[in-house]
Design a protein around this ligand. Structure first.
Ligand SMILES: [Zn+2]
Length: 103
């Protein structure tokens, strides 16, 4: 198990984990227990982490995250459910339909 990403919020952590899973990388989000305490803790005090389960997938995971971080404001809207996805995604993290404009 290796940590590959520290997110600014649970949503981002889940997005990154979904991105990794979509690419075949086994990933888990930790520190997400804080989501159950919303209302007690300021959201800024939760820094969920994304961990890769298998060390041999670490390089791939870091490459995917580097792509994600290099284009954090670019999103593609899913035509099926309307969810926004990072441009590095090939399928929608929400409904798993192929995203428009993908190779
Ligand atoms: Zn969708």
């Amino acid at each position: 198990m290796r940590r590959v990403f520290t997110a600014s919020g649970l949503g981002e952590a889940q997005l990154v984990a979904q991105m990794l899973e979509a690419a075949g990388v086994r990933a888990q989000v930790f520190n997400d227990h804080a989501a159950g305490a919303l209302g007690e803790l300021p959201a800024t005090e939760t820094w969920p982490e994304v961990w890769v389960e298998r060390d041999h997938q670490l390089t791939m995971a870091r490459s995917l995250i580097a792509d994600y971080e290099s284009a954090p404001d670019q999103t593609v809207l899913c035509q099926d459910c309307g969810e926004s996805n990072p441009v590095t995604f090939e399928i929608c993290w929400q409904c798993r339909q192929p995203l428009p404009g993908r190779l």
